[in-house]
Design a binder for this molecule. Structure first.
Ligand SMILES: Cc1ncc(COP(=O)(O)O)c(C=O)c1O
Length: 363
């Protein structure tokens, strides 16, 4: 049998043609020309100062003292989980489904993880309120409110207001994990939880250059209230002295040269084309056998296959050269066995039909 090329819906990464290779090459050169000592130093545990300022200006009211740049945003989550839960334990709420690695990290540092359902308009805020009223207020609500991974959904504006108000009333912390928020290609923008919170310090904001520049730069950033910032900076220093200054100075040079916006725009256009191609292929090959909510941005489409063992389907699909993510890996309680996460970010639009046709043949 001739080997078929792999068409991957598995990984939430940009395809190689979307990576800004020339721009990053030039940015690395500029970083080394303009600030060789800074780019090649151990640096500060909180990250490369000019990049912290760029992040503060774009996402955080200009206050760089609250920005922590880390080797990937997942590292920031690990530091936060360690600061909040290691030794003391505590309750962390995640969405069901959610990003599987976040579950692993929260548990690794001792959090008791509970899940609240994701609805078409995002997290079920009523369920969080019920938990609080029942005396089970969590320490942390970990949410991916915009173009959720894996659900593709976005938390509505009204629910955002309520969630922030609840957090203030019941004194829990919200982590707004937002690596996809820049990547809206349809619909209307909604305010960030971080902006609704103002200066209250109830919401921690996390972003990443993985989905907007390249995963390999391993650069993420968090905006934290002062006390937590100090704690996480100390953890960062104790863990790796400083994050990669070469990477962060390169990302800074890329952003300072005005490459960020055009890069994001390129990504949005490609993602829109890919989402449309995926939706058209699903309609053509699977029609009424599947249900999904088309995302307005980001990388993922969550597909429900009622009555189908999607775990087994995912195994067959991998063998047929169409890797996908099993829905069940995104829940803490064994649900999701009838769903798959399809990432359209890494799949050129021209391959979409063939990929979905292969998948449909296995259902
Ligand atoms: C919701 C979410 N948070 C964090 C990450 C990890 O990002 P980074 O590459 O910055 O560590 C991902 C990557 O898929 C993600 O989907």
């Amino acid at each position: 049998m001739p080997t078929r090329t792999v068409i991957s819906f598995a990984r939430g990464v940009p395809s190689p043609d979307l990576l800004p290779v020339a721009e990053l090459k030039a940015a690395a050169q500029r970083a080394l020309d303009d600030d060789p000592a800074g780019a090649l130093a151990y640096g500060d545990g909180a990250g490369y100062a000019p990049l912290r300022q760029w992040v503060a200006d774009r996402y955080g009211n200009g206050d760089a003292s609250r920005v922590l740049c880390t080797n990937g945003s997942l590292q920031g989550l690990a530091f936060l989980a360690e600061a909040m839960f290691a030794g003391s334990g505590g309750r962390a709420v995640v969405e069901a489904p959610t990003y599987d690695r976040a579950i692993l990290i929260l548990r690794r540092f001792g959090a008791t993880v509970e899940a609240v359902d994701l609805q078409r308009d995002g997290l079920d805020v009523d369920a969080i309120e019920a938990m609080c009223r029942a005396g089970r207020t969590p320490g942390l609500v970990y949410t991916i409110p915009t173009f959720q991974n894996p659900g593709g959904t976005t938390l509505s504006a009204a629910k955002r207001e309520r969630l922030v108000a609840l957090a203030r009333e019941h004194r829990f912390t919200i982590l707004e994990d937002d690596p996809y928020g820049e990547l809206r290609f349809a619909g209307t923008a909604v305010p960030r939880l971080f902006d609704l919170d103002g200066a209250a310090g109830t919401v921690i904001f996390s972003t990443s250059f993985t989905k907007t520049v390249a995963p390999g730069v391993r650069t993420g950033a968090m905006i934290l209230p002062p006390a937590l910032h100090a704690r996480l900076r100390a953890l960062a220093t104790d863990t790796y002295i400083g994050p990669s200054m070469l990477a962060e100075s390169t990302v800074h040079a890329y952003c300072a040269a005005g490459c960020f916006e055009p890069g994001v725009e390129r990504m949005r256009l490609a993602l829109l084309e890919r989402r449309d191609a995926l939706v058209a292929a699903l309609d053509r090959h699977l029609g009424q056998r599947v249900t999904y909510v088309p995302p307005e941005g980001g990388y993922f489409l969550w597909v429900q296959f009622p009555g189908v063992d999607a775990d087994a389907l995912a195994d067959r699909a991998a063998a047929a050269g169409v890797p996908v993510v099993k829905g069940s890996t995104c829940f803490i309680d064994g649900r999701g066995g009838d769903a798959l996460r399809l990432a359209y970010s890494a799949c050129p639009a021209t391959d979409m039909d063939e990929g979905v046709a292969r998948l449909a043949a296995l259902v």
